[in-house]
Ligand binder design. Structure first.
Ligand code: TRP
Length: 447
């Protein structure tokens, strides 16, 4: 997007689609359901929704607002806005740490993108047909224990991301998002319908929406907070970068609401599609990152039209993962391009290959390198924990603190087009509730 500096999104719709393309991805369909399963269900869902509304929304708005004012990449935006507000230049750290974090996330994100590609192939080859839970489980474990296969998937996925970003055609994808996102939502509805036919839908509903508060621990609250950041693509300067192309006439709060609703509906839909299958087959709720890969293929293998629906689903999942991965690589490329003499293509290759190499370490932690590296975690879990539970919340906290405390309050209120009550609500939430929430959760979750 570097060449488009000072350019603007052609309409609010294109912007919403680009932001939704970044937000809706593996986080919604792969990660959210397994986190719900690992954290015991509805209590986690409830805290997650609370984090989205009280912390995610104001931070999303803050990132866009900062980006729109700075009109640069996140690191330069932060240092310039800090200078303009007579604040220490150190605020640029918020931008820089975002870029590092995006690189780290991309490395393991691509590994899962590779799983999705492999499952696309599996769905066409008929690998799911007539399988029971054991057969589907064996397919997944077979993949996980095969480093060559994981490497192939990871490499193809990363090549696609590098190819798209190097050619600078990321903007061409919004048109596709406009069509494919509704199709994805429709497929989830079909899968929810299948879930109802298993007779275990009620159990899934209770599991997801009837909280058992005893399941809530400081750690699951931190996980919910981290995931709120992850799913909305917050805390990595990505939304800030998108905001830098945003026209002055666009209402940030309304736009944030639209993107958040889309993101949340897809995540909850994925949960409602998956949990009935878990209960119907007595699968392990806490099976972790493999959850969607051991549940949905069971549905595809045993329903009418499952072959074509399975193919469509995994293709769409791969596409959703691609649009998110692109948004992760883009800021890293812009940064490399700006700070080195490399051309855009070379900068993309360097950043992409770097993330690819780190991704190899992540994928090996599923098989030959499974012994813990640090804090009892392997490389994959380490990258996930470091980014979601530490870097995203801290960087997002920096963004909202800056927007709420360092910028001129009146001008922010005017920019957000707030009513009198709106002003008080915004100031209470952005200045106190959201930052205090992040700090409280962060501190209690880590100790
Ligand atoms: N939000 C994406 C998802 O849910 C992942 C993602 C894209 C992301 N860009 C990001 C996460 C920036 C954190 C920061 O799959």
């Amino acid at each position: 997007m570097a060449k488009l500096a000072h350019a603007q999104w052609s309409s609010r719709m294109t912007f919403v689609l680009a932001a939704a393309g970044s937000a809706v991805g593996l986080g919604n369909i792969w990660k959210f359901p397994y986190m719900v399963g690992e954290s015991g269900g509805a209590a986690f869902v409830f805290v997650y929704l609370l984090c989205i509304a009280l912390i995610g929304l104001p931070i999303l708005v803050s990132e866009w607002l900062l980006g729109r004012r700075g009109q640069k990449n996140p690191a330069s935006t932060m240092s310039e806005l800090a200078r303009g507000a007579n604040k220490p230049k150190a605020w640029a750290i918020v931008g820089v740490s975002g870029i590092i974090g995006a690189f780290l996330i991309l490395s393991f994100y691509s590994v899962i993108g590779g799983w999705s590609l492999y499952y696309t192939v599996n769905s066409v080859s008929g690998a799911f047909i007539g399988q029971d839970a054991d057969g589907i489980g064996a397919l997944f474990n077979g993949m996980l224990s095969n480093p060559g296969l994981l490497l192939l998937g990871h490499s193809v996925f990363m090549l696609l991301v590098i190819g798209i970003v190097a050619r600078g055609v990321t903007k061409g994808l919004e048109g596709a998002v406009r069509i494919l996102m509704p199709v994805l939502a429709l497929l989830l509805v079909v899968l929810i319908g299948y879930g109802m036919s298993t007779g275990h839908f009620g159990e899934a509903l209770t599991y997801m929406f009837n909280p058992d508060w005893s399941k809530l621990t400081a750690e699951t609250v931190l996980a919910a907070l981290g995931h709120a950041f992850f799913t909305l693509s917050l805390g990595m300067g990505i939304m800030m970068a998108y905001g830098s192309y945003l026209g002055k006439d666009i209402n940030l709060l309304q736009t944030a609401r639209t993107v958040i609703i889309m993101d949340t509906v897809i995540a909850l839909g994925a949960g409602l599609a998956i949990f009935p299958i878990v209960f119907a087959n007595n699968l392990d709720l806490a099976s972790g990152p493999g959850l969607i890969f051991v549940t949905l293929p069971l549905a595809f293998g045993n329903m009418d039209g499952g072959l074509i629906l399975g193919l469509m689903f995994f293709l769409l999942l791969t596409f959703a993962a691609l649009t998110s991965a692109i948004s992760l690589l883009e800021p890293v490329v812009e940064f490399v391009e700006e700070r080195t003499p490399l051309s855009r293509v070379m900068a993309t290759v360097v950043a992409g290959v770097g993330a690819w190499l780190l991704g190899i370490a992540a994928l090996l932690s599923f098989n030959v390198w499974s012994e813990p590296l640090m804090f009892g975690l392997g490389v994959f879990d380490l990258l996930d924990t470091l980014t979601s539970k530490i870097m995203l919340p801290l960087t997002g906290l920096g963004a909202i603190l800056f927007a709420a405390w360092c910028l001129d309050r009146k001008s922010v209120e005017a920019e957000l087009e707030l009513s009198t009550t709106g002003k008080s609500v915004w100031n209470i939430i952005a200045r106190y509730v959201a930052p205090a929430g992040v700090i409280a959760v962060f501190v209690t979750g880590l100790i």
